[in-house]
Structures are given as C-alpha cells and as structure tokens.
Design a protein around this ligand. Structure first.
Ligand SMILES: Cc1cc2nc3c(=O)[nH]c(=O)nc-3n(C[C@H](O)[C@H](O)[C@H](O)COP(=O)(O)OP(=O)(O)OC[C@H]3O[C@@H](n4cnc5c(N)ncnc54)[C@H](O)[C@@H]3O)c2cc1C
Length: 238
C-alpha cells in the first residue's frame, strides 16, 4: 500500500470543510478532503437546498390556487409529485457536479469513503446527539432539545418562557406575525433544556432564537459551556 503525504486533511466536505479545503489548496498546501457520503455536504444533498426546492413547488401551487385574489385567471392546478421529485433530484445532481468541478479547479483532492462502517460490523449511532428538527407545515414548527412533557417524564423541574412572534421585527416585513417561540429553562438555573418555534420562517429558527435572550438555545442534557447566562430570562413565564 502506498502512503500519500498531505499538508492538510479535512474530514467532511460540507460547508465547514470545503471552503477551508479550497482555500488551503489555493494557498498552495497539498490538501485532501475525506468524505464518506455527500459531495458538498448535507446542504446541497439533503438539507438546505433540496428542502427549499420542494417547498418552492408547494409555494407555486399555493400561489396558483390563490391566483384569482391577485387578479390572475388560471386553469385547474394539480401536483405531480414525481415531477417535483425529479426537479429536486436534477438540482442535486447538478450541484454535486458543480462541487466536483470546484474540487478539480481548486486542486483539493476529494477522497470518497463509501465504506459503510455499520455494515462492516460497526455500531455508529446519532442517539447521543442533539438534533434540531423542523416540520415543514405552514407555518413550520421547529424544535430542539426537550419538550415540556419529556422534562416532566424525566422528573426535571423546568420553567417555560414564551414570546410571541410579532416581537421579532422581521415578521412584520412579511406581514406574517402569527406564531410563537417557547424556551424550556431549568427551574433552578438558567440552562435552556429545549426550545421551539412556530412561525412562517421557523425553518430558520436559529436567527430569531439566537438574537433573543437567553442566548444559549441548545441547552439540553449536556451543559452548553461558555454560553450560560446568569441573567433570568425576561420572557413571560407560564
Ligand atoms: C432540512 C434542513 C434545512 C436546512 N436549511 C438551511 C438553510 O436554509 N440555511 C442554512 O444556513 N442552513 C440550513 N440548514 C443547516 C445546514 O444544512 C447546516 O448548518 C450545514 O450543512 C452544516 O455544514 P457542516 O459542514 O457543518 O456539515 P455538513 O454539511 O453536514 O457536512 C458534514 C460532512 O461530513 C461528512 N462526514 C461526517 N463524518 C464523516 C467521517 N467520519 N468521515 C468522512 N466524512 C464525514 C458528511 O457525510 C457530510 O458530507 C438546514 C439543515 C436541514 C437539516
């Protein structure tokens, strides 16, 4: 087996890895990126862009069905899910090809690790990770960490701070002020155990949550070091 020498080795070709790798390669460092699955990371393959692609199809049919309200006459509309999926898959294929081109022009070496560790007897799991999720209803519902019920079931005493979405000024620019944010805070301190939001742009929850106090919105079973605040949440408590 031959051994290759690199100046920089990046694990994962997502947003966090690819720009650094391309930058280092451009600077003249021999750079390799090891990717196990998604060329370009989750954003172009399975998260940001595919989700927006399909949501946009939903938006188009929604607008078409409301066309009369805008003074537009249309015929009957129908959703062709196979077409929606195909449009998304084509976009993902194009984005992967674009990333491959960028690797070629930037000179960073992309090494695909297709090996499935679990198939080879490994036992990788995401169970211990804090995974935020979003349900793309309209308005969407986003959540991270514990719910009130989960806290009760685990015997964790907690308080709930609530804030209406119209307190977030950007909702007024869209005229979409309905909705709320809630944060579950431990009863005896200010560690945030969970947080959730329902609003027209809850699919980007981080922004409004991070701008609001308390700032540490990812608290959970694990303490979030460096982001604890000694201040009491100033939101209204239930
Ligand atoms: C549904 C959804 C919608 C989103 N929409 C938006 C949005 O609109 N705007 C926004 O800013 N953010 C959005 N995000 C968040 C965004 O996708 C992430 O913040 C971003 O992709 C994180 O980039 P990353 O490089 O840290 O990780 P990733 O993009 O996940 O990249 C990590 C890469 O590392 C690889 N990898 C992991 N472990 C190994 C290993 N051991 N060996 C080799 N490779 C490995 C993975 O296969 C992956 O390709 C969304 C997320 C989701 C789930």
């Amino acid at each position: 087996m031959s051994t290759q020498q690199y100046d920089v080795l990046v694990l994962g070709s997502g947003a966090g890895g690819k720009f650094m790798a391309w930058h280092m390669a451009n600077e003249g460092h021999r750079t390799a990126v090891v990717e196990r699955r998604w060329i370009g990371g989750s954003c172009p393959n399975v998260s940001c862009l595919p989700s927006k692609n399909e949501i946009w199809s939903a938006k188009v049919v929604h607008l078409a069905r409301r066309a009369k309200a805008f003074g537009i006459t249309t015929g009957p509309t129908a959703i062709d899910m196979a077409g929606v999926r195909q449009r998304k898959r084509q976009m993902v294929d194009d984005l992967v090809a674009l990333h491959e081109d960028l690797y070629r022009t930037n000179g960073a070496e992309l090494i695909i690790r297709i090996i499935q560790d679990n198939l080879a007897g490994g036992s990788r799991s995401t169970r211990a990770r804090l995974v935020p999720y979003c349900v793309f209803t309209d308005p969407p519902l986003a959540r991270v960490g514990l719910s009130e019920q989960e806290a009760r079931e685990r015997g964790i005493a907690a308080r709930v701070a609530r804030r209406p979405m119209n307190a977030v000024l950007s909702t007024r620019t869209l005229g979409e002020t309905a909705g709320f944010m809630k944060v579950l805070v431990e009863a005896t301190g200010d560690r945030i155990l969970g947080s959730w939001a329902s609003r027209c742009s809850a699919r980007k929850p981080g922004r409004s949550w991070r701008r609001s106090r308390p700032r540490c919105w990812v608290g959970s079973r694990t303490p979030c070091s460096g982001t604890r605040s000694s201040r009491t949440p100033r939101w209204r408590r239930d």
